[in-house]
Write a protein that binds this ligand. Structure first.
Ligand code: NAP
Ligand code: F7E
Length: 341
């Protein structure tokens, strides 16, 4: 029997990777896309320009339209990836962020229940490693207490618990993937990895003078989005629903990320100073290439985030394939291609 999946946030990074994964597995894929979205979707699904891929215009705030779409599609699986996913923006737009991330999740769960699809439709919720925020436990696993440090993470905390609430109250197949940072060549530039790889390439090619960043000491557990969507799918194929940390177990600072990316384009960086005065020089020429700009600092920072993916490895057989160095190489290579074309 052909399976039918509905993806919210199909135009985003993860939506792009999971739609391709599901189409390759023979699913019929339906995606929810906002009318205002500027993302190109004609080429989703890669080579398989696809009669199995369908789009529905809707905003996650529109409950009655969501009900109509789910009633029509009757999905076997829903992947809830739609979100205001940028932490920095969430400090500026906390209410909007909660509306999309927290109540958006509730609306989808309630739609499944209202339509009597509790036993048919399995639900994946994109939770986040940022739930751990200021956790003192390192690395973080499924039983580490949450301590969210920004409005984005707080909104995702509501979504995490409402998902579990529907699982327990209505016996629905609902899973939280507690996803640590995952990146790719299509990561937007308002996330630090892509900002860095793009700048490294542009500086190397003489198209940009400097890169301005915020907290260079922040540490993150960075994996590859292509690996993480595989974990999402695996969660929904199990006999029982459960929640899983999806991470690499390795952590790097933003400064490490800069060094790796610039090295990839043949530029060695030497650091001097501390805090706002820290600067990164081209070791060969002495030219200052990296500076700190306070506008990229956040009112609060999540401390050292690093996940322990042991449960996913044991129960799902999931392991990340692409390591940090390979991820940086992949992103730089893609940005080089883009600049050279
Ligand atoms: P992303 O690239 O920012 O994509 C977000 C998607 O949500 C886009 O398709 C966007 O559509 C859609 N969206 C935003 N507001 C919407 C609304 N009001 N109604 C309908 N759709 C809306 O995010 P991502 O990196 O792919 O992440 C996917 C999910 O995983 C998100 O829930 C994110 O919070 C979560 N997550 C991501 C990471 C990570 O490191 N990437 C880590 C942990 C958790 P437009 O094209 O219209 O903007
Ligand atoms: O920041 C620091 C910044 O914006 C990473 C989302 O996918 O992962 C992502 O959230 C770190 C932070 O991602 C700049 O302070 C320094 O410590 O790339 P980011 P994020 O905030 O970790 C989690 C798991 C999610 O769930 C989110 O949806 O880098 N940083 N300088 C900077 N960050 C940015 N964006 N820009 C800078 O100039």
């Amino acid at each position: 029997m052909t399976k039918v999946a509905l993806i919210t946030g199909i135009t985003g990074q993860d939506g792009t990777y999971i739609s391709k994964l599901l189409l390759d597995k023979g699913y019929v894929v339906h995606g929810i896309k906002r009318e205002s979205s500027t993302a190109r979707t004609e080429d989703k699904g890669g080579a398989q320009k696809n009669i199995n891929l369908h789009f529905h215009f809707c905003d996650i705030t529109d409950y009655s339209k969501l009900i109509r779409i789910i009633k029509e599609v009757r999905p076997d699986e829903i992947y809830n990836l739609a979100a205001q996913s940028n932490v920095q923006i969430s400090f500026d737009r906390p209410e909007y962020t909660a509306e999309i991330n927290a109540l958006g999740t509730l609306r989808l769960l309630e739609a499944i229940r209202t339509l009597g699809l509790e036993k048919k439709t399995r639900f994946f919720q994109a939770s986040t490693g940022d739930l751990f925020g200021n956790s003192l436990e390192i690395p973080q696993n499924e039983s580490t207490p949450f301590y969210p440090r920004n409005p984005y993470a707080v909104s995702k905390l509501y979504a995490y618990w409402i998902a579990i609430n529907y699982r327990e109250a209505y016996d629905m197949f609902v899973c939280n993937g507690i996803l640590f940072n995952h990146e790719s060549p299509i990561r937007p530039e308002n996330f630090v990895t892509r900002k860095i790889t793009k700048a490294a390439v542009r500086i190397k090619k003489g198209l940009q003078e400097k890169l301005y960043l915020g907290n260079l000491n922040a540490k993150r557990d960075w994996g590859f989005a292509g690996d993480y969507v595989e974990a999402m799918w695996l969660m929904l194929q199990q006999d029982e629903p459960d929640d899983y940390v999806i991470a690499t177990g390795e952590t790097h600072s933003v400064q490490d990320m800069v060094e790796f990316a610039f090295r990839e384009v043949g530029l060695e960086i030497e650091w001097e100073g501390e805090g706002l005065e820290k600067k990164g020089r081209n070791a060969a020429t002495g030219e200052i290439l990296i500076e700190v700009d306070p506008q990229f600092y956040r009112p609060l920072e999540s401390s050292l985030l690093v996940g322990n993916p042991s449960k996913a490895r044991e129960k799902l057989g999931w392991m990340p394939v692409v390591n940090f160095e390979e991820l940086v190489k992949m992103m730089v290579k893609n940005d080089l291609k883009f600049v050279e074309s």
